[in-house]
Design a protein around this ligand. Sequence first.
Ligand SMILES: NC(=O)c1ccc[n+]([C@@H]2O[C@H](COP(=O)([O-])OP(=O)(O)OC[C@H]3O[C@@H](n4cnc5c(N)ncnc54)[C@H](OP(=O)(O)O)[C@@H]3O)[C@@H](O)[C@H]2O)c1
Length: 307
Amino acid sequence: MKAAYFEEHGGPEVIKIGELPDPIAGTGEVVIDIHASSVNGADWKVREGSYKPVPYFPYILGRDFSGTVCEVGEGVSDFTIGDEVFGVCDVGQEGTYCEKISMKAALCAPKPNEQSHIEIAALALIGLTAVISIEDTLQLKADDKILIQGGAGGVASFAIQLAKYIGAHVISTTSAGNIDYVRGLGADEVIDYNAQDFRSVVSNCDAVFDTVGGDVARGAFNVLKKGGRAAFIASGANGLDAPSSDFTSLRPNVYRDRPHLERVVELIAAGAVTAPEVQLFSIDETVEAQKLSESRHFRGKLIFNIC
Ligand SMILES: NC(=O)c1ccc[n+]([C@@H]2O[C@H](COP(=O)([O-])OP(=O)(O)OC[C@H]3O[C@@H](n4cnc5c(N)ncnc54)[C@H](OP(=O)(O)O)[C@@H]3O)[C@@H](O)[C@H]2O)c1
Protein backbone atom coordinates (compact mmCIF):
# COMPACT_ATOMS: atom_id res chain seq x y z
CA MET A 1 0.00 0.00 0.00
CA LYS A 2 1.03 3.60 -0.47
CA ALA A 3 1.91 5.40 2.77
CA ALA A 4 3.52 8.53 4.18
CA TYR A 5 5.92 7.41 6.91
CA PHE A 6 9.11 8.32 8.75
CA GLU A 7 12.09 6.29 9.94
CA GLU A 8 13.57 8.86 12.34
CA HIS A 9 12.13 11.74 14.37
CA GLY A 10 12.63 15.24 12.99
CA GLY A 11 11.19 18.05 10.88
CA PRO A 12 8.77 17.63 7.97
CA GLU A 13 11.71 16.54 5.76
CA VAL A 14 11.85 13.12 7.48
CA ILE A 15 8.51 12.18 5.85
CA LYS A 16 8.90 9.65 3.03
CA ILE A 17 6.27 8.52 0.54
CA GLY A 18 6.46 4.91 -0.59
CA GLU A 19 5.10 1.38 -0.50
CA LEU A 20 4.75 -0.53 2.78
CA PRO A 21 3.27 -4.00 3.34
CA ASP A 22 -0.52 -4.24 3.50
CA PRO A 23 -1.83 -4.82 7.05
CA ILE A 24 -3.65 -8.06 7.89
CA ALA A 25 -6.66 -8.45 10.18
CA GLY A 26 -5.85 -9.98 13.57
CA THR A 27 -8.44 -11.48 15.89
CA GLY A 28 -11.22 -8.97 16.51
CA GLU A 29 -9.90 -6.68 13.77
CA VAL A 30 -10.95 -5.50 10.34
CA VAL A 31 -8.77 -4.12 7.55
CA ILE A 32 -10.15 -0.96 6.01
CA ASP A 33 -9.50 0.59 2.61
CA ILE A 34 -9.08 4.21 3.69
CA HIS A 35 -10.88 6.74 1.48
CA ALA A 36 -10.16 9.80 3.64
CA SER A 37 -8.15 10.51 6.79
CA SER A 38 -7.24 13.64 8.67
CA VAL A 39 -4.28 15.58 10.01
CA ASN A 40 -4.59 16.23 13.73
CA GLY A 41 -2.77 18.79 15.87
CA ALA A 42 -0.78 16.07 17.63
CA ASP A 43 0.69 14.50 14.47
CA TRP A 44 3.62 16.86 13.89
CA LYS A 45 4.52 16.64 17.58
CA VAL A 46 4.66 12.82 17.31
CA ARG A 47 6.80 13.15 14.16
CA GLU A 48 9.31 15.49 15.82
CA GLY A 49 9.45 13.28 18.94
CA SER A 50 8.24 15.88 21.41
CA TYR A 51 5.80 13.41 23.01
CA LYS A 52 7.80 10.20 23.39
CA PRO A 53 9.76 8.11 20.89
CA VAL A 54 7.44 6.09 18.64
CA PRO A 55 7.56 2.31 19.33
CA TYR A 56 8.86 1.22 15.88
CA PHE A 57 9.95 2.42 12.42
CA PRO A 58 8.78 2.89 9.73
CA TYR A 59 5.99 4.79 11.48
CA ILE A 60 2.77 6.04 9.87
CA LEU A 61 0.99 9.01 11.44
CA GLY A 62 -2.76 9.62 11.55
CA ARG A 63 -5.51 8.80 14.02
CA ASP A 64 -8.86 8.89 12.21
CA PHE A 65 -10.31 7.68 8.94
CA SER A 66 -13.37 6.84 6.88
CA GLY A 67 -13.36 3.89 4.48
CA THR A 68 -14.60 0.44 3.45
CA VAL A 69 -13.99 -2.89 5.21
CA CYS A 70 -11.89 -5.13 2.90
CA GLU A 71 -10.93 -7.97 5.29
CA VAL A 72 -12.57 -9.34 8.43
CA GLY A 73 -10.57 -11.06 11.19
CA GLU A 74 -11.54 -13.99 13.37
CA GLY A 75 -14.22 -13.21 15.94
CA VAL A 76 -15.66 -10.18 14.15
CA SER A 77 -19.40 -10.50 13.67
CA ASP A 78 -20.54 -6.89 13.43
CA PHE A 79 -18.96 -5.97 10.07
CA THR A 80 -18.63 -7.67 6.69
CA ILE A 81 -16.55 -6.90 3.61
CA GLY A 82 -17.92 -3.86 1.82
CA ASP A 83 -19.31 -2.10 4.93
CA GLU A 84 -18.54 1.61 5.05
CA VAL A 85 -17.08 2.53 8.44
CA PHE A 86 -15.24 5.31 10.22
CA GLY A 87 -13.26 5.42 13.41
CA VAL A 88 -10.44 6.65 15.58
CA CYS A 89 -7.34 4.56 16.36
CA ASP A 90 -6.89 3.33 19.91
CA VAL A 91 -4.65 5.40 22.18
CA GLY A 92 -1.09 4.42 21.24
CA GLN A 93 -2.02 3.22 17.74
CA GLU A 94 -1.64 5.39 14.64
CA GLY A 95 -1.45 4.84 10.90
CA THR A 96 -4.04 6.52 8.69
CA TYR A 97 -1.77 8.54 6.34
CA CYS A 98 -1.95 5.55 3.98
CA GLU A 99 -4.29 3.35 1.94
CA LYS A 100 -5.16 0.63 4.49
CA ILE A 101 -5.28 0.08 8.25
CA SER A 102 -6.11 -2.84 10.51
CA MET A 103 -8.27 -1.73 13.41
CA LYS A 104 -10.15 -3.28 16.31
CA ALA A 105 -13.70 -3.65 14.98
CA ALA A 106 -14.96 -2.32 18.33
CA LEU A 107 -13.36 1.07 17.53
CA CYS A 108 -15.19 1.41 14.21
CA ALA A 109 -18.76 2.58 13.63
CA PRO A 110 -20.98 2.46 10.56
CA LYS A 111 -20.47 5.54 8.40
CA PRO A 112 -23.69 7.53 7.92
CA ASN A 113 -24.83 7.46 4.27
CA GLU A 114 -25.65 11.15 4.09
CA GLN A 115 -22.08 12.36 4.62
CA SER A 116 -19.07 11.81 2.37
CA HIS A 117 -15.94 9.98 3.51
CA ILE A 118 -14.20 13.35 3.55
CA GLU A 119 -16.78 14.91 5.85
CA ILE A 120 -16.77 11.95 8.23
CA ALA A 121 -12.97 11.76 8.35
CA ALA A 122 -13.04 15.47 9.23
CA LEU A 123 -15.52 14.88 12.06
CA ALA A 124 -14.21 11.67 13.68
CA LEU A 125 -11.49 12.62 16.20
CA ILE A 126 -12.64 16.21 16.64
CA GLY A 127 -16.16 14.94 17.33
CA LEU A 128 -14.99 12.34 19.83
CA THR A 129 -12.81 14.95 21.57
CA ALA A 130 -15.54 17.60 21.67
CA VAL A 131 -18.23 15.20 22.91
CA ILE A 132 -15.99 13.86 25.70
CA SER A 133 -14.85 17.39 26.63
CA ILE A 134 -18.12 19.34 26.41
CA GLU A 135 -20.70 16.71 27.41
CA ASP A 136 -18.86 14.18 29.61
CA THR A 137 -16.16 16.34 31.21
CA LEU A 138 -17.49 19.92 31.43
CA GLN A 139 -21.10 18.67 31.57
CA LEU A 140 -22.19 21.87 29.85
CA LYS A 141 -25.79 22.91 30.48
CA ALA A 142 -28.29 25.16 28.71
CA ASP A 143 -27.72 28.81 29.66
CA ASP A 144 -24.12 28.18 30.77
CA LYS A 145 -21.71 30.80 29.47
CA ILE A 146 -18.66 29.16 27.88
CA LEU A 147 -15.44 30.51 26.37
CA ILE A 148 -14.11 28.16 23.66
CA GLN A 149 -10.53 29.08 22.79
CA GLY A 150 -9.24 28.65 19.21
CA GLY A 151 -12.62 28.76 17.42
CA ALA A 152 -11.34 28.17 13.87
CA GLY A 153 -9.53 24.93 14.76
CA GLY A 154 -10.99 21.47 14.24
CA VAL A 155 -11.96 20.49 17.78
CA ALA A 156 -13.29 23.96 18.57
CA SER A 157 -15.36 24.00 15.34
CA PHE A 158 -17.26 20.96 16.63
CA ALA A 159 -17.34 22.18 20.24
CA ILE A 160 -18.89 25.53 19.32
CA GLN A 161 -21.69 23.85 17.38
CA LEU A 162 -22.28 21.34 20.19
CA ALA A 163 -22.33 24.02 22.90
CA LYS A 164 -24.90 26.04 20.90
CA TYR A 165 -27.01 22.89 20.43
CA ILE A 166 -26.96 22.36 24.21
CA GLY A 167 -28.22 25.94 24.60
CA ALA A 168 -25.14 27.64 26.03
CA HIS A 169 -23.98 31.20 25.38
CA VAL A 170 -20.75 30.76 23.40
CA ILE A 171 -17.79 33.14 23.24
CA SER A 172 -14.81 32.22 21.07
CA THR A 173 -11.44 33.57 19.95
CA THR A 174 -9.78 33.62 16.55
CA SER A 175 -7.73 35.84 14.24
CA ALA A 176 -9.43 38.58 12.17
CA GLY A 177 -9.67 36.55 8.95
CA ASN A 178 -11.64 33.77 10.64
CA ILE A 179 -14.17 35.85 12.60
CA ASP A 180 -17.03 35.32 10.11
CA TYR A 181 -16.26 31.59 9.93
CA VAL A 182 -16.42 31.21 13.72
CA ARG A 183 -19.63 33.27 13.87
CA GLY A 184 -21.04 30.97 11.19
CA LEU A 185 -20.43 28.00 13.49
CA GLY A 186 -22.83 29.64 15.95
CA ALA A 187 -20.60 31.57 18.37
CA ASP A 188 -22.55 34.44 19.98
CA GLU A 189 -19.43 36.56 20.53
CA VAL A 190 -16.12 36.30 18.66
CA ILE A 191 -12.95 38.01 19.86
CA ASP A 192 -10.01 38.78 17.54
CA TYR A 193 -7.17 37.65 19.81
CA ASN A 194 -4.69 39.96 18.08
CA ALA A 195 -6.85 43.03 18.75
CA GLN A 196 -8.12 42.30 22.25
CA ASP A 197 -6.93 40.33 25.27
CA PHE A 198 -9.81 37.99 26.12
CA ARG A 199 -9.02 38.47 29.82
CA SER A 200 -10.10 42.12 29.60
CA VAL A 201 -13.39 41.53 27.75
CA VAL A 202 -14.65 38.17 29.03
CA SER A 203 -15.76 37.44 32.60
CA ASN A 204 -18.18 35.42 34.68
CA CYS A 205 -18.00 32.24 32.58
CA ASP A 206 -19.39 28.95 33.87
CA ALA A 207 -16.94 27.02 31.69
CA VAL A 208 -13.84 27.38 29.53
CA PHE A 209 -12.76 24.87 26.87
CA ASP A 210 -9.16 25.53 25.86
CA THR A 211 -7.79 24.09 22.59
CA VAL A 212 -4.85 26.54 22.31
CA GLY A 213 -2.58 25.85 25.29
CA GLY A 214 0.26 27.89 26.85
CA ASP A 215 -0.52 31.35 28.26
CA VAL A 216 -3.95 31.30 26.62
CA ALA A 217 -4.82 28.18 28.63
CA ARG A 218 -3.61 29.71 31.89
CA GLY A 219 -5.90 32.72 31.27
CA ALA A 220 -8.96 30.48 31.72
CA PHE A 221 -8.98 31.10 35.46
CA ASN A 222 -9.18 34.89 34.91
CA VAL A 223 -12.55 34.65 33.18
CA LEU A 224 -14.36 31.97 35.23
CA LYS A 225 -16.95 32.76 37.84
CA LYS A 226 -16.63 31.19 41.30
CA GLY A 227 -17.48 27.50 40.91
CA GLY A 228 -16.49 27.57 37.23
CA ARG A 229 -14.76 24.72 35.45
CA ALA A 230 -12.11 24.66 32.73
CA ALA A 231 -11.09 21.79 30.45
CA PHE A 232 -7.71 21.72 28.65
CA ILE A 233 -6.75 19.54 25.69
CA ALA A 234 -3.75 21.29 24.10
CA SER A 235 -0.25 20.19 24.93
CA GLY A 236 1.45 22.60 27.27
CA ALA A 237 -1.68 22.62 29.40
CA ASN A 238 -0.93 19.27 31.03
CA GLY A 239 -1.42 19.35 34.75
CA LEU A 240 -2.66 22.94 34.80
CA ASP A 241 -3.69 23.40 38.42
CA ALA A 242 -6.56 25.68 39.41
CA PRO A 243 -5.20 28.63 41.40
CA SER A 244 -7.80 28.14 44.14
CA SER A 245 -10.62 25.84 45.19
CA ASP A 246 -13.03 28.33 43.57
CA PHE A 247 -12.34 26.66 40.20
CA THR A 248 -12.12 23.13 38.80
CA SER A 249 -9.36 22.22 36.31
CA LEU A 250 -10.18 19.24 34.09
CA ARG A 251 -8.18 17.18 31.60
CA PRO A 252 -10.61 15.26 29.32
CA ASN A 253 -9.75 11.60 28.90
CA VAL A 254 -10.28 11.17 25.16
CA TYR A 255 -10.59 7.39 25.08
CA ARG A 256 -11.87 5.67 21.96
CA ASP A 257 -15.02 3.62 21.76
CA ARG A 258 -17.96 3.02 19.45
CA PRO A 259 -20.64 4.66 21.68
CA HIS A 260 -18.92 8.04 21.37
CA LEU A 261 -18.59 7.63 17.58
CA GLU A 262 -22.32 6.85 17.54
CA ARG A 263 -22.97 10.00 19.57
CA VAL A 264 -21.10 11.97 16.89
CA VAL A 265 -23.36 10.40 14.23
CA GLU A 266 -26.44 11.19 16.34
CA LEU A 267 -25.43 14.86 16.55
CA ILE A 268 -24.87 15.00 12.78
CA ALA A 269 -28.27 13.37 12.15
CA ALA A 270 -29.95 15.84 14.52
CA GLY A 271 -28.53 18.70 12.45
CA ALA A 272 -26.57 19.89 15.48
CA VAL A 273 -23.17 19.76 13.77
CA THR A 274 -21.79 19.80 10.26
CA ALA A 275 -18.27 19.17 9.04
CA PRO A 276 -15.78 22.02 9.41
CA GLU A 277 -14.21 23.65 6.38
CA VAL A 278 -11.72 21.21 4.84
CA GLN A 279 -8.57 21.59 2.80
CA LEU A 280 -7.75 18.51 0.69
CA PHE A 281 -4.34 16.89 0.20
CA SER A 282 -3.02 13.74 -1.47
CA ILE A 283 -0.64 11.44 0.39
CA ASP A 284 2.12 12.86 -1.85
CA GLU A 285 1.41 16.26 -0.28
CA THR A 286 1.94 15.11 3.34
CA VAL A 287 4.88 17.45 3.97
CA GLU A 288 2.81 20.47 2.92
CA ALA A 289 -0.10 19.35 5.13
CA GLN A 290 2.21 18.82 8.11
CA LYS A 291 3.79 22.25 7.69
CA LEU A 292 0.37 23.90 7.62
CA SER A 293 -0.76 21.99 10.71
CA GLU A 294 2.44 22.97 12.52
CA SER A 295 1.83 26.64 11.65
CA ARG A 296 -1.39 26.37 13.69
CA HIS A 297 -3.00 29.00 11.45
CA PHE A 298 -5.58 27.49 9.14
CA ARG A 299 -9.29 26.83 9.29
CA GLY A 300 -11.13 23.60 10.12
CA LYS A 301 -9.49 20.37 9.01
CA LEU A 302 -6.69 19.21 6.70
CA ILE A 303 -7.85 16.02 4.97
CA PHE A 304 -6.17 13.32 2.88
CA ASN A 305 -8.42 12.42 -0.05
CA ILE A 306 -7.07 8.91 -0.62
CA CYS A 307 -9.15 6.91 -3.09
N1 LIG B 1 -6.22 15.52 24.34
C1 LIG B 1 -6.68 15.00 23.22
O1 LIG B 1 -7.09 13.87 23.17
C2 LIG B 1 -6.71 15.86 21.99
C3 LIG B 1 -7.53 15.51 20.92
C4 LIG B 1 -7.56 16.35 19.80
C5 LIG B 1 -6.76 17.49 19.79
N2 LIG B 1 -5.94 17.76 20.85
C6 LIG B 1 -5.10 18.97 20.86
O2 LIG B 1 -5.97 20.07 20.83
C7 LIG B 1 -5.34 21.18 20.19
C8 LIG B 1 -6.28 21.72 19.11
O3 LIG B 1 -6.27 20.87 18.01
P1 LIG B 1 -7.05 21.23 16.67
O4 LIG B 1 -6.69 20.14 15.72
O5 LIG B 1 -8.46 21.47 16.98
O6 LIG B 1 -6.49 22.62 16.19
P2 LIG B 1 -4.98 23.09 15.86
O7 LIG B 1 -4.61 22.56 14.55
O8 LIG B 1 -4.06 22.72 16.96
O9 LIG B 1 -5.13 24.65 15.86
C9 LIG B 1 -5.49 25.37 14.72
C10 LIG B 1 -6.29 26.59 15.11
O10 LIG B 1 -5.78 27.25 16.27
C11 LIG B 1 -6.13 28.62 16.16
N3 LIG B 1 -5.26 29.42 17.02
C12 LIG B 1 -3.90 29.43 17.01
N4 LIG B 1 -3.45 30.27 17.98
C13 LIG B 1 -4.55 30.80 18.59
C14 LIG B 1 -4.75 31.72 19.67
N5 LIG B 1 -3.73 32.29 20.30
N6 LIG B 1 -6.03 32.01 20.03
C15 LIG B 1 -7.07 31.46 19.40
N7 LIG B 1 -6.96 30.60 18.37
C16 LIG B 1 -5.70 30.26 17.98
C17 LIG B 1 -5.96 28.93 14.69
O11 LIG B 1 -6.85 29.96 14.32
P3 LIG B 1 -6.26 31.32 13.67
O12 LIG B 1 -5.64 30.89 12.36
O13 LIG B 1 -7.45 32.19 13.53
O14 LIG B 1 -5.19 31.81 14.62
C18 LIG B 1 -6.31 27.61 13.99
O15 LIG B 1 -7.60 27.60 13.44
C19 LIG B 1 -3.99 20.64 19.67
O16 LIG B 1 -2.98 20.99 20.59
C20 LIG B 1 -4.19 19.14 19.66
O17 LIG B 1 -2.97 18.43 19.79
C21 LIG B 1 -5.92 16.98 21.95
